[in-house]
Design a protein around this ligand. Structure first.
Ligand SMILES: NC(=O)c1ccc[n+]([C@@H]2O[C@H](COP(=O)([O-])OP(=O)(O)OC[C@H]3O[C@@H](n4cnc5c(N)ncnc54)[C@H](OP(=O)(O)O)[C@@H]3O)[C@@H](O)[C@H]2O)c1
Length: 334
């Protein structure tokens, strides 16, 4: 057990604070909802206070039972936890309904942070194949995004949500909306691991006082089949990372987490077997400047969540989702 009081906190731009590391809860279509909930139960008792959930992970009911037990047994109080969840793409026009369902399933009375999971309403079914396409999918629209965001702002006004989060954004999309938000986003979740560092979006977020949260911080070795391609690099198998891990007598996973923390990114690793060691990464020795420089050089542009299943008719390929030329691809109203 790690005393949660010893886990450093990050400051949020909209006031308040958040533990510097959280537990992910996406079973990647491989770990069952009950197993994920079991890890959350263990995680609370190991000292985790931040949990990254999502409606589309299909396990909020099971996790909610675990929260309820922890409250009833006096292990933690509701206010000790920072519970985050996300509106899935098929609920962008019914955000309050989605929020109330998550609150009910998670048995948590209110949400500490509610994210827009993806910036467009393109839905894919759980367990779908990489070639699956939804005919209703469409490109990013500023007005549609703002409409979804305003629904979360209204939930903040009602006291159901404390902070607003965004996710899977690009700099052009952020630029298109940022000045039109009444309540600034507190955090943004993006894929970030040593071989996919996203320094540009990290710098953008920091300069706008938005906390960067890094998902897949270990390079997600057991990610869903649809997100695996032959050329993908396994971050934790990079020899440089393994050497640093050896010097610290820890698994390379721990080095990925220490690296994230040192660059001001809040990591949310998922684990059924190693969650205590991951939390410990936040309270043990930091990496040296030399080690940080070695990891900085591991950037390989190794995006793992390419997002093919979100493509709209007429899109060229998954690169269109990420606005790589600095303009929002096929934006309908920019
Ligand atoms: N906003 C978004 O669109 C989005 C997208 C993807 C993910 N996420 C969030 O990010 C979280 C993390 O991503 P992820 O689960 O895909 O990938 P990840 O955290 O990078 O990797 C998880 C995998 O690493 C293994 N692992 C964890 N700690 C380890 C350790 N100390 N030593 C060895 N192996 C270790 C786990 O296996 P064991 O269980 O055996 O430890 C698990 O298979 C998700 O759970 C989800 O909450 C958000």
């Amino acid at each position: 057990m790690i005393d949660p009081k010893t886990v450093p906190m990050f400051r949020l731009g909209d006031g308040g604070s958040i533990p510097c590391i959280g537990m992910g809860t996406f079973g990647s279509d491989r770990v069952s909802p009950d197993e994920v909930a079991g890890a959350v139960a263990g995680g609370i008792r190991a000292g985790y206070r931040l949990f990254d959930c999502a409606a589309c992970y299909g396990n909020e009911e099971q996790i909610g039972k675990v929260f309820r037990e922890a409250f009833d047994e006096g292990v933690v109080k509701r206010e000790d936890l920072f519970i985050m969840t996300k509106v899935w793409n098929d609920m962008h026009r019914e955000v309050e309904k989605s929020c109330l369902k998550s609150i009910e399933d998670l048995q948590c009375d209110y949400l500490d942070m509610l994210f827009i999971h993806w910036p467009f309403p393109n839905y894919h079914a759980p367990f779908c194949d990489v070639n699956s396409r939804n005919p209703d999918s469409r490109p990013f629209s500023v007005e549609e995004f703002l409409d979804t965001y305003r629904q979360i702002e209204a939930l903040v006004d009602k006291g159901l949500v404390k902070h607003i989060g965004i996710s899977n954004m690009t700099i052009p999309k952020l630029n298109a909306v940022i000045d039109q938000l009444r309540i600034q986003p507190a955090a943004c979740e993006s894929e970030m691991h040593p071989c996919f560092q996203q320094q540009d979006i990290l710098d953008y977020l920091v300069s706008h006082d938005i906390l960067p949260i890094g998902y897949m911080p270990l390079g997600s070795p057991r990610r869903p089949e649809r997100d695996i391609e032959p050329d993908d690099i396994a971050d934790m198998q990079m020899p440089e990372l393994q050497e640093i891990a050896k010097a610290h007598s820890v698994h390379p996973a721990i080095i990925c987490l220490k690296w994230a923390l040192a660059r001001g990114v809040l990591p949310i690793p998922f684990s059924v077997h190693n969650y205590e060691a991951n939390l410990k990464a936040a309270v043990t020795e930091k990496l040296t400047d030399e080690e940080m420089a070695v990891i900085a050089a591991l950037e390989r542009g190794n995006r793992l969540v390419k997002g093919q299943v979100f493509l709209w008719e007429g899109a060229k390929d998954w690169h269109d989702l990420w606005d790589e030329d600095g303009v929002i691809v096929d934006c309908t109203d920019c």
